[in-house]
Ligand binder design. Structure first.
Ligand code: ATP
Ligand code: MG
Length: 297
């Protein structure tokens, strides 16, 4: 089987490109695609091969300068966003990638419309941008904690019950605009179970090298687990589209989630007609002249 197809088939069960009827409970955070935990060393090799391919494709993406790629990561705390981003990017040329982390908005950001702060970080042609959290927080944490909305200075008459639906629509339109302009969008929801999150929080408390990762506020947010799951489900239902699919990544096993993410990025790059730029006759003739000049030295 050609390797493009292999990647495509491997990721297929996790790609949601039509949100209607989506239910989170149909997706098991412990799923490892029929592999076994003994397959972990083998999977680690595939991950390395994936990273090598990603690197080769990124070189062409950069040289060609036609397409761009936006990768969005959303998840509950301790689901492994940071580690996944680190692995995915381990083989790529840092000049072609930018990573942006979106935290709670500043006063200036709160005075603007909800997508404003993301606009300047959309990748140009030839580059990959990674969003560690994103404008999707605006239908997640802001939906779970409506007091965040109170700080957004939205006119009272626009704060009706259609607000969330309007935001989904605006996000969909924005992502369609990007796709139509050659900036591909892939969105990853790292789907961790409540049990695994507890285990990882415990590790952060017990392991001295992980203590720095623990945050009291993460424990606070855990209390809203069900509300978040509900918000994630609604988000995916309303914003999973063909032009900007969600990938629901089973995240209880880090080795598996990293493999799936790398495979998805490779698949996204395969879907573009990436080619090194070809020179025209005049440019080719100029190369010949340059070669002669160098030879004469
Ligand atoms: P992370 O939790 O992503 O690993 P971190 O621990 O370094 O990163 P935090 O200070 O926890 O950083 O920042 C992320 C926090 O910012 C999250 O709780 C997130 O919900 C919040 N946040 C991000 N975007 C928004 C937004 N638009 N509105 C409100 N809160 C937001
Ligand atoms: Mg945090």
């Amino acid at each position: 089987m050609p390797k493009e197809l292999k990647f495509h088939k491997f990721i297929k069960p996790y790609v949601v490109d039509a949100g209607e009827g989506f239910r989170l409970k149909d997706h098991d955070p412990g799923d490892i695609h029929g592999l076994k935990s003994q397959d972990k060393p083998e999977a680690t090799k595939w991950l390395e091969q994936g990273v090598v391919q990603l690197s080769a494709l990124q070189d062409i993406l950069f040289a060609q300068g036609n397409w761009g790629l936006l990768l969005i990561f959303q998840a509950m705390d301790a689901a492994g966003k940071d580690g996944t981003i680190k692995h995915v990017m381990s083989g790529v040329n840092p000049q072609g990638v930018n990573v942006y982390s979106f935290k709670a908005p500043s006063a200036e950001e709160l005075a603007h419309t909800f997508m404003w702060r993301s606009m300047g970080s959309i990748p140009p042609r030839g580059k990959i941008a990674i969003f560690n959290r994103s404008y999707y927080e605006e239908v997640l944490v802001v939906r779970v904690h409506p007091e965040f909305l109170d700080r957004q200075h939205i006119p009272e008459s626009l704060r009706g019950k259609h607000l969330w639906r309007d935001r989904y629509e605006d996000i969909n339109s924005f992502e369609r605009y990007l796709a139509r302009n050659g900036i591909a969008v892939r969105k990853f929801f790292l789907n961790i179970s409540k049990k695994e999150q507890k285990k990882r929080f415990m590790e952060r408390l017990e392991d001295a090298d992980k203590n720095w990762k623990f945050s009291q506020s993460d424990l606070q947010e855990r209390k809203f687990w069900d509300d978040y799951q509900d918000a994630y489900e609604k988000m995916i239902r309303n914003t999973a589209t063909e032009h900007a699919p969600w990938i629901v990544v089973p995240a209880d096993n880090k080795w598996f989630s990293r493999l799936l993410v790398v495979a998805t990025v490779v698949d996204a790059l395969h879907s573009m007609d990436l080619k090194f730029p070809k020179l025209d006759d005049a440019q080719y003739a100029a190369l010949k002249v340059a070669r002669k000049q160098l030879e004469k030295e």
